[in-house]
Design a protein. Structure first.
Length: 204
């Protein structure tokens, strides 16, 4: 979705903050992303009305590439004033966004997962995890005789770790924490149960 929006010059609008995380991991400035957090909007018309009231304030930044955050849910009341708004002297949007992004990243929950990965999995980490994989790979232990290396990756929570690592199949092994290892094993069993040997699709 991100790549399509980038190719077509579109702006992505969503209430899913993961898109902002993906843009950060990819170190990409495009496409621009408008994030709705805790919004009272309940329909497409509500979202459109919010956007139309604010787009003129964001037009330049959106064309350059930015992430705009709407937190209408924190507004209890508002009234229109007669005097216009002026940007404070010395205000730099890029610096503000860099500081806000750093504070946001620091406030996110972190779960460290220690794992062993095959050479093939290690080669794909940059594509799957983006720039966040580089520090983990740099700090990874030396390769064993089979080329596998032990490293630590960070995730927001256990389910995120399981969902992202399950795609590597038998090319990764969770070493710690035990709860993530057990959850990944349970997920693997669920997948096997979905595809019984010689069975036909349950849905057509």
């Amino acid at each position: 979705m991100l790549e399509r929006a980038r190719q077509e010059g579109r702006i992505l609008v969503s209430a899913d903050s993961d898109f902002g995380t993906l843009l950060t991991l990819q170190e990409a400035s495009q496409p621009s992303f408008i994030l709705f957090l805790q919004s009272d909007a309940v329909s497409a018309e509500d979202y459109a009305a919010l956007l139309l009231r604010s787009l003129h304030l964001l037009e330049v930044e959106l064309r350059r590439g930015c992430v705009a955050v709407f937190r209408a849910g924190r507004v209890s009341c508002a009234r229109v004033l007669a005097e216009p708004f002026g940007r404070p002297a010395g205000f730099e949007l890029a610096a503000f966004w860099a500081r806000w992004s750093a504070e946001f990243e620091a406030s996110r929950p972190r779960l460290e997962v220690r794992l062993a990965a095959s050479p093939g999995a290690l080669a794909a980490f940059g594509e799957v995890f983006g720039a966040a994989a580089a520090p983990a790979l740099d700090a990874a232990g030396p390769p064993g005789q089979d080329g596998w290396r032990v490293l630590t990756l960070s995730f927001e929570h256990e389910r995120a770790a399981v969902h992202r690592l399950a795609g590597f199949g038998d090319q990764v092994e969770i070493l710690d924490p035990p709860s993530v290892r057990a959850e990944l094993l349970a997920t693997a069993r669920e997948i096997l149960g979905r595809y019984p040997p010689g069975g036909s699709p349950g849905r057509t």
